[in-house]
Ligand binder design. Structure first.
Ligand SMILES: [Zn+2]
Length: 404
């Protein structure tokens, strides 16, 4: 099949557009991002799309609808990357729709609705430690306080976007859109374990992040009897195990203590203070909140039993995003037609769809990636899986054309 070979060639070429030699890194408005927009914009033009860049630097390729006043279907993902990234996270969801539209054109399929292929300028949050700048700009949700964020060189978002920049309005009115469909690598091991090339996302998990500070009393590791200790690390460790136990016993819940700082941090001193992160995610906000209440109770019980204090600081809180039942059912129909079987899965990672869902219904197609590995140069999706995803997208667009 020449089509997925073309897609692989495009992914490879875009994967060489980087700000750092020897590894793939593209951040918001960096020189490599500008080269990436030029390269992808050229491919969009070859596919017959009208190309523009919006005020925040999102790349938009528009295919007009055959009917006057037709609604617009959004297809896309992000073109920025993490540091030392793989080639698929983001670019796959921008390049695959371009190739799919070319296939339809070759087959003489006329789409009654308009299509916009979106390459968001920022999703990963690398440069300003704030994610979704691209989709926030596109949907008119960029905040004035975001413009004040500064990168490690002291340059603010506002300075980068220029003096004439004003906070953008949404690119579309809600009623003018059919929805948003994003193709993305799974970044997890579920599809691989099930032996499937693609799956349909039912929801993007909500996530809460906290910083917990446990305070006890530092003391001599040799002279303080066990019964008289107030060991902050032992308390934090007991809590981490309680979080693991709760998540293991609750379907779909994930909870992680991922970073921990122990003070004073010496082999012969009882830990007096521990600061650690907690990340809790679930597809249902009700389940996530219930889990957080339970974790709050168990932290309090552990602290009181051990003579410690524990302080919670919330650092992030995003509600879950349910995918559109209608678009998801249509995607599933196409997945069944191409793959024989469809599997629904929850996305544990956040995506542009989280923000775009505030403007229009969203759906997502996940593509199997080797060992579930992502945010790593060895990130890999097999060409035969890309071929399946491509056929699903073509089938989805064809069926949508027939039914509208
Ligand atoms: Zn991504």
């Amino acid at each position: 099949m020449a089509d997925e070979k073309k897609l692989v060639r495009m992914l490879d070429a875009l994967g060489r557009v980087s700000d750092e030699t020897g590894k793939l890194t593209r951040t918001f408005h960096s020189p490599a991002m500008q080269r990436a927009n030029a390269l992808v914009g050229g491919w969009m033009r070859e596919a017959g799309l009208a190309v523009r860049e919006d005020a925040v630097g999102n790349l938009i390729g528009r295919h007009p609808g055959a009917k006057a006043g037709a609604k617009t279907l959004l297809l896309g993902s992000h073109l920025d990357t993490v540091r030392d990234a793989g080639r698929f996270d983001g670019p796959l969801g921008v390049l695959l729709p371009i190739v799919a539209l070319e296939i339809l054109k070759k087959r003489g399929v006329v789409l009654p609705f308009a299509v916009e292929v979106l390459g968001f300028a920022e999703e990963e949050g690398v440069r300003f430690a704030s994610a979704y700048l691209g989709s926030e700009g596109f949907t008119g949700r960029l905040k004035a306080k975001t413009l004040a964020l500064r990168d490690s060189d002291g340059v603010s978002v506002g300075e980068l976007l220029g003096k004439k920049f004003t906070l953008p309005k949404p690119a579309h009115r809600r009623g003018d859109l059919l929805g948003y469909v994003e193709v993305h690598i799974e970044q997890g091991p579920v599809l691989e374990a099930k032996g499937l090339a693609v799956g349909v996302v039912s929801a993007i998990a909500g996530q809460s992040r906290f910083r917990l500070t446990w305070t006890g009393k530092a003391g001599h590791a040799g002279t303080t009897p066990m019964a008289l200790r107030r060991d902050a690390l032992a308390g934090a460790a007991e809590f981490a195990l309680a979080a693991e136990k709760l998540a293991r016993g609750t379907a779909g819940l994930v909870a992680t203590v991922g970073a921990m700082t122990v003070s004073p941090g010496a082999a012969n001193v009882i830990p007096g203070q521990v600061v650690h992160t907690l990340d809790v995610r679930h597809a249902s906000d009700v389940v996530r909140r219930k889990a957080l209440l339970a974790l709050g109770r168990s932290a309090a019980a552990i602290a009181s039993k051990r003579g410690l204090t524990v302080r919670w600081q919330r650092t992030q809180d995003n509600g879950a995003v349910a995918c559109s039942p209608d678009l998801t059912a249509r995607l599933e129909r196409s997945v069944k037609a191409v793959q024989g079987r469809s599997l629904k899965l929850v996305s544990g990672a956040g995506h542009d769809g989280v923000v775009v869902s505030q403007l229009t219904p969203v759906a997502m197609l996940f593509v199997r990636c080797r060992d579930g590995l992502s945010h790593h140069p060895d990130e890999h999706a097999a060409p035969r899986d890309l071929a399946v995803a491509l056929r699903v997208m073509v089938d989805f667009l064809e069926r949508l054309a027939h039914s509208s």
